[in-house]
Structure formats: C-alpha cells, structure tokens
Design a protein around this ligand. Structure first.
Ligand SMILES: Nc1ncnc2c1ncn2[C@@H]1O[C@H](COP(=O)(O)OP(=O)(O)OP(=O)(O)O)[C@@H](O)[C@H]1O
Length: 683
C-alpha cells in the first residue's frame, strides 16, 4: 500500500481538479439523499389525500396533543420523585431500605427522558410555526399539485446529479490519466537509465508491459480512489446519516450483519493477493514471449517451429486465462458479499421496523427502539434510505479488487524505480580531453553474474591514436571488454583508465559522446535514412549527412531509393539488406566524429569489394583517432597497428601480425582458419 500512496501523491499536481471532483461528489451525495427522502411526502402527505398545508396543520395539532400528554406525565414523574424523596427524608435507616436508591435513579431517568422528548416536540412545533406561512404562501393547494411538485423535484435533482456525475467523471479521469502520464514518463526515463544487465534480466516484453499495464492499473486505482471511493461512501454516508436521524436505534439493529460480512471480506482478501500477483507476472511473461516470437518470426518460419512457439504462447496464455477467471471469481464473491450485506441490512430493518409499526411497539426484547410510536411513513422513509445505501455499497464491491491490483502494480513499478543504479555518475566529473588520449585496462575482471568470469585480469595499454584489432574465438570476451568503455557495465575488479584517470570520474554522458561503438547488430530505427544517420547528433546540415554516407559507401544505394535520404527503412531497418544497414551505422559513426571508435564486426556483412572500399575510407577517417576493431576477418587486420588476441576472457598475446604468427598459437590457428575460409569463398 505504501507504494500505491506514493503514486497517489502525484494527484497533488492536479489539486484543483481533485477539489472540484470532491465538491461534485458531495453534491451528488446530497441530491441522491434528497431524492430518496422524497418518498416521505409521497407516503405521508399525498397518499393520505392531503396537501402540505393541511398535513402541517394536522402535525402541529398532533404535536400539541403529545405535548399536553407529556405535561401530565411530567407531573406524575415529579410526584413519584417527591414521594421517593419524602421516604428518604421521613424515615430512618430501616425505611430507607424499602425505597432503594435504584428506584430514585429510575425516576430521575424517566423525568429526564420526558424533558428531552418535550424539548424535541417543542423544537418541531417551532419549526412548523416558522414554516407554516411559507407553506401557506407557496405550497400547492391540492394533493395532485403536491404530487406534481414532488415529481418535478425528483426529476430536477436527477438531472442535476447526472450533470454533476459527468463533471466528476471528467475531472477524475483528468487526474488519473495525468498520474498515468507522469508514471509512464518517469518509468521510461528510468528504464533508459537502467543498467543493461538489469534490462536484460527482465526482457523487452515484460518491461514494455510494465510501462503500459502497470501504470494503467495504477491509473485505474487512482480513478477509483478519487472517483468512486469518494462518491459512493458519501452517498452511503448521506443515506446512513438520514436513516440515523429517522431512528438510530433501528439502524444499529440493521447493521448487526456487518461483522459477518467483514469476516468474509478478509478471507477473500487473502486469496486475491497471490492470484493477482501471479496474473501480473503471467501477463508480463506473455508479452515477453510475444515480442520475442514476433521479432524472430523469420527464424520461426524457416525452422518450422510455429507449432512449439504457438504451444508455448498458448500455455502461458492458458495460465493467465485461469488466473483471470479466478480473479473474476473473487471479484464476484466480493460483490456478492456486499450485495448480501446490503440486503441483510435492509431485511433486518424491515423485520425490526415492521414489528414496531405493525405491533404498535416502541421496544424489542425490552430494549427501547424509538422515542415515540413509529409511523408507517417513517418506516418507509427509513427503509428507502437503507435501500439507497445498498446502491453505493454494491458499487463499492469492485473497489477492493481494484485497489488491490493498483497496490500490487505500484509495488512492481516502484521496485524498478527504487532499484539503485550500478552505473553511478561522479559527484564532480572531470572534463574529458578533446582528442585521442591513452587508454589502459588495469587488472580488469568482469562477469555478468557473480558466479561467472567473462573477463579475467585484463591488462593492456592502448596509446593515443593507435589502431588495435582484437581477435579471438566466439565468447572469448571481446565485445564485453569493449562494453566497458562507454560504461555499459563497470568492471568487477580493476580499472579502465582514460588519460590516466578512471572512467568513473568522467560524466557518463560525456564519455558516451567520446566513445562511438559500431556493433555488428545495426541499431536502426523506424525512421528516414537521414534521421538514422544523424541519430544522436541533433540537427545536422544535410550536406554533412551526405558526406558521411559517401564515406561509408552508402550514398550509392541511398540515391537509388525513390525517396533517397527521406526513405523510411522500417522497424530495425528491415527494408534494407544487412550490408546496407551496416553502412548506415558506419555513416552515423563517421558523422559523430568521436576521438575513440569501437568497430565490433562492423563490416561483417559487407561484400569483399565494398569492404575494401570502406576500409580505404576508414583509413582516412580513423587518422587522428584511437580505434579498437573486433574482427574475424583478415582484411580488417590491415587497418591495425597492433593486434590483441583473447582466449577465454584473457589476453594471451599482443603484437603485430608477424610477431603473433611467431609467438601466439591461438593467433596462428585463427589465421589459418580465416585463410581457409577466405580461399573457399574465393573458389
Ligand atoms: N548479457 C549477458 N548476460 C550473461 N552472459 C553474457 C551476456 N553477454 C555475453 N555473455 C557471455 O559472456 C561471454 C563473452 O561474450 P562476448 O559477447 O563478450 O564474446 P565475444 O568474444 O565478443 O564473442 P563473439 O566473437 O561471438 O561476438 C560469453 O560466454 C557469453 O555467453
């Protein structure tokens, strides 16, 4: 619940809407109560064939008679009291025992009650006297006229209530959607700044589902809290307060069913929590599966794995289906519990009230239930108000489930937002040098998990402006080592130094501008070619974009497209070939103009002739920059001043090609394999 309140606190940004919505709720409750109270004049005045004026006169006469009767009673009480007193005063100890103190107390109580009733009657008489001139002047003079006035009142109040309800709903939606909007923005900002390891752990679909579903659940709870949960209890309170005014003792009897309903509510509550949590996790899992299947739909088709994929999705969806049905079942139980509670209250009131009115009683089992004899019309009013209370009670039935869902969603959402970031910004960041500087890995070890060692005691110095090729078998840790440079991850042990200073002392933002990584998987967005090349560079002169495209040998194919640089390339750039995609990411890197370039198999999908041309262009581009090139291709080695050989997370050799051929067994093997591969392609 704590996290839900954190989300709810966001409504403070929309405080005027909340105030207005509350005001609307209050007025809705009053109009609701007043419509129900209209049943009283129907029964008491109209169906008795009276006008308001004649009814008021009759009531005044009745009250005066009652007052006169009370006068007599008061005298009796006074006498009795006097006698009691005389007994106490006149006789010594023995007689005093015959007039016990309890009798005196009872007489005092009777006198007090009579006085209270007298005061209540006098008040009502004063009210009638004050209202009579107004009634005579304005109230309809026939029973039908009175009926028409009451009907007009009910219709007017209903219209007013509907208008208020509409206003209330719009205001409440404004606030709840505002909260969703803020949470979505906050969560997306947080996701973008999350550590890659954390993001990989959850999966794309689950995270997308979090931004969408969980914020929506919270929005719906906020909507309930300031909408239904404010409106319906106010309506309920108006009815209950009205019923208490009519007969509070009878109300207490009617509410005797409440503890049983509360017990059932608590039992259902326990079951809901677990099922709802599982359903949320299930829905995130399903989203993950869907995103993955749709991303790799080509692979699924080519491997004929539609059936197992369908089965996996169906199994997850089936579990989710069962959980949703169970949630609906609990929801139905909650609603049913509220319905039974409402009906129980009304039925008890009907039984007890009916007993009092039909039997002309004021007591049940010796307990006083009403000050004076309850009339039929008063019972109808009391019953009508309780019936009016069952409607908000019924509407509140789903509220509990809704709040439970919102609370769980808030827990999941804030668990992510509160998760401490492993990549921390320095408090006082150092300024990065403008050009290439020395780079050094000192005793660097790293693993994605605590039980894993991907990089093991890496020690290497790379000099400013040097071009280094990194070779090694698959999984030897080449890409991981490069991911430490823009601080996608921090080393578990050791330090990476730039210009002799730890990377952790530079601002992450500056560092990521200083280093450009071009990876094998071209990261392209569903936008135009020009925007993809200029991605992350702000607004760029189109001529510079063109020059970058020319250097990466992308210009030729771009100009062949009907819309040239304005061509939209689809999701992941899937309307282009692999080689074309790589040329665009190279053009992007060229445009970024960073002093430190990492090329991770950046030309692996480009045909040999184009690659030769690109290498020529890169030779010029890389001059005056430090470059680290991960490669399996011999051709790329020609760009390197030095080669690093990696094996199982360790650097096992550094030097020029000739040196490594002599000194490194691993390099010799890699080189032989590449030569064989190159020859077989050529053949
Ligand atoms: N996100 C990750 N979570 C857990 N383990 C990972 C993750 N990424 C890579 N690894 C593991 O780290 C090891 C090194 O991977 P890395 O991608 O750095 O190798 P590489 O030398 O670049 O391989 P390749 O030549 O195939 O690209 C591998 O064993 C891989 O399974």
């Amino acid at each position: 619940m704590k996290n839900l309140f954190r989300a709810v606190r966001l409504v403070a940004q929309y405080r005027w809407s909340v105030v207005m919505a509350t005001l609307c709720s209050l007025l809705i409750a009053l109009t609701w109560g007043s419509n129900l109270a209209a049943v009283y004049p129907f029964v008491e005045v109209i169906f008795d064939g009276q006008t308001v004026s004649s009814w008021s006169t009759q009531q005044t006469a009745k009250l005066q008679t009652e007052l006169a009767e009370l006068g007599g009673q008061a005298e009796d009480n006074g006498q009795a009291e006097g006698n009691g007193q005389a007994n106490i005063e006149g006789k010594p100890a023995a007689d005093a025992e015959l007039a016990p103190r309890d009798d005196v107390a009872l007489m005092d109580a009777a006198a007090l009650e009579t006085a209270a009733r007298r005061e209540a009657i006098l008040q009502r008489l004063r009210l009638h006297a004050a209202a009579q001139p107004w009634i005579d002047a304005y109230a309809p003079t026939t029973p039908f006229g009175t009926l028409a006035a009451v009907v007009a009142f009910v219709i007017t109040m209903t219209v007013v209530r509907c208008v208020l309800l509409g206003m209330n709903m719009v205001l409440v939606t404004r606030v709840s959607q505002g909260v969703v909007f803020r949470l979505q923005n906050e969560l997306f900002r947080s996701l973008l700044s999350s550590d890659l390891a954390e993001l990989n752990r959850h999966g794309t679909g689950a995270l997308a589902s979090r931004v969408n579903y969980e914020t929506t659940h919270i929005g719906s709870t906020v909507q309930t809290l300031i909408g239904r949960l404010l409106r319906e209890p106010l309506k309920l309170a108006t009815c209950v307060a009205g019923a208490a005014l009519v007969n509070w003792r009878l109300l207490i009897v009617s509410l005797l069913v409440c503890p049983a309903a509360m017990f059932v509510l608590m039992r259902i509550n326990q079951s809901i929590k677990q099922t709802t949590l599982r359903a949320m996790e299930g829905s995130a899992g399903l989203m993950n599966q869907l995103v993955q299947s749709l991303t790799y739909v080509k692979a699924i088709k080519s491997h004929n794995t539609e059936a197992p994929e369908r089965r996996a999705v169906r199994e997850t969806a089936a579990k989710l289906y069962q959980q949703q049905v169970r949630i609906t079942w609990y929801d139905a139980l909650l609603r049913g519990n509220n319905e039974v509670l409402g009906t129980g209250v009304v039925c008890l009131s009907l039984l007890a009230g009916g007993y009092l009115v039909l039997g002309e009683q004021t007591h049940i089992f010796g307990i006083r239930m009403s000050g004076s004899q309850m009339t039929f019309s008063t019972l109808v009013l009391f019953y009508g108000l309780l019936l009016g209370a069952t409607d908000p009670l019924r509407k509140l039935g789903g509220v509990h489930m809704n709040i439970r869902l919102g609370a769980l969603a808030a827990d999941r959402l804030y668990a992510h937002l509160d998760c401490p970031r492993k990549i921390e910004e320095p408090k006082h960041p150092r300024a990065l040098p403008g050009g290439p500087v020395d780079l050094s890995f000192q005793n660097v070890s790293f693993g994605y998990r605590s039980d894993q060692t991907v990089l093991d005691q890496i020690n290497v110095d790379i000099y400013a402006g040097e071009h280094i090729a990194i070779v090694g078998a698959n999984g030897s840790g080449k890409s991981t080592m490069m991911d430490l440079l823009p601080r996608f991850y921090d080393p578990r042990e050791g330090e990476v130094l730039l210009d002799g200073i730890s990377l952790k002392e530079y601002s992450v933002r500056d560092l990521r501008r200083y280093v450009t990584v071009v990876s094998q998987q071209a990261a392209l967005f569903d936008d135009t070619i020009a925007k993809n090349i200029a991605y992350g560079c702000g607004s760029v002169d189109p001529e510079r974009i063109r020059q970058a495209a020319e250097q990466s040998h992308a210009l030729e194919f771009i100009e062949a497209l009907p819309d040239g640089f304005d061509t939209k390339i689809g999701e992941h750039g899937n309307q282009l070939s692999g080689g074309q995609r790589q040329r665009l990411t190279l053009a992007r890197a060229i445009l970024r103009d960073s002093p430190l370039i990492v090329l991770d198999e950046a030309t692996s999908q480009i045909d040999p002739e184009s690659e030769r041309l690109i290498h020529e262009a890169l030779e010029t581009f890389l001059q005056g920059r430090t470059a680290l090139m991960i490669t399996h291709r011999l051709s790329t080695l020609t760009l390197a001043d030095r080669i690093i050989v990696m094996e199982q997370g360790k650097i096992t050799g550094t030097g020029t090609h000739d040196e490594l051929i002599r000194t490194s067994e691993a390099y010799r093997l890699l080189h032989q394999k590449q030569e064989i591969a190159t020859k077989s392609i050529a053949a």
